[in-house]
Design a protein around this ligand. Structure first.
Ligand SMILES: [Mn+2]
Length: 249
């Protein structure tokens, strides 16, 4: 293994991912890992995203959007068309309809974390008291959703800006290695002592970021890394929202 390369939330931004991989001059010995949320909200369909990461051997961590897509796909298979029309938004319907049975099997098998020596990749955040090897199904899902914590170090939703005390990475103590995660978009990667969030909101017109680590003697050098980004061609999500509103008018 030459390098470990971790990608932030891609959300269907396949063009930006391809350009970023060219910039990085990806080699066969590199290990590429996505923090998850490869699908939904962006321009390319879920099926195309899954095919691409499979063909290029990019490992993917379960993000909240993969978990949601799988849940919705299964419900659709059970309840049929009416479920799509009554419950899902257009982009969710497009995701569900693009998935094939083998894509669903792929999503169902995604891991919630991946360790590479002293480096750990997850989607959201780790809470105080959570230990990666002892998580139940509820905690695994919770982990994909963690952003800010309140004064009691309890996770709070994105919308609750009033009770924001610390971002999870700022209180994480390093017990599970150096963590690279995504999920909460920042204009620039949010780097703390033992963790970083590299979701730089590509699908919202930001950029797609990769964290690049060198591996030396069975150890990932987490002190010296590089952050490489590719700017989004457009603000895909807000263009989509505008289209959704226009359709209602
Ligand atoms: Mn995301």
């Amino acid at each position: 293994m030459k390098r470990v390369i971790v990608y932030g939330d891609i959300h269907g931004c396949l063009d930006e991912l391809k350009t970023l991989r060219e910039k990085l001059d990806i080699q066969k010995e590199d290990l590429e890992i996505s923090v998850g949320d490869i699908l939904n909200k962006g321009p390319y369909l879920a099926h195309d995203m899954i095919r691409y990461v499979q063909e290029h051997h990019i490992e993917v961590i379960m993000g909240n959007n993969e978990a949601k897509a799988l849940r919705q796909y299964r419900k659709y298979r059970k309840s049929g068309e009416s479920y799509l029309q009554t419950t899902l938004r257009p982009f969710e319907t497009a995701t569900v309809l693009s998935l094939q049975e083998e894509d669903a099997a792929y999503l169902a098998a995604l891991p919630y974390h991946k360790r590479v020596h002293n480096l750990t990749v997850i989607h959201g955040g780790l809470l105080p008291g959570m230990s990666l090897d002892a998580l139940d199904e509820t905690e695994k899902k919770e982990m994909t959703l963690v952003r800010y914590l309140d004064k009691n170090l309890e996770p709070i939703p994105w919308s609750d800006t009033e009770n924001r005390y610390k971002f999870w990475a700022e209180v994480y103590d390093g017990r599970e290695g150096f963590i690279v995660a995504g999920h909460h978009p920042f204009p620039e990667p949010k780097v703390a002592h033992y963790a970083m969030d590299i979701d730089t909101g590509c699908v919202y017109g930001g950029k797609l970021t990769a964290a690049v680590f060198e591996v030396k003697k069975e150890k990932v050098d987490t002190k010296h890394y590089t952050l490489v980004s590719q700017k989004a061609a457009r603000d895909y999500w807000n263009e989509y929202l505008k289209g959704e509103r226009d359709e209602e008018d």
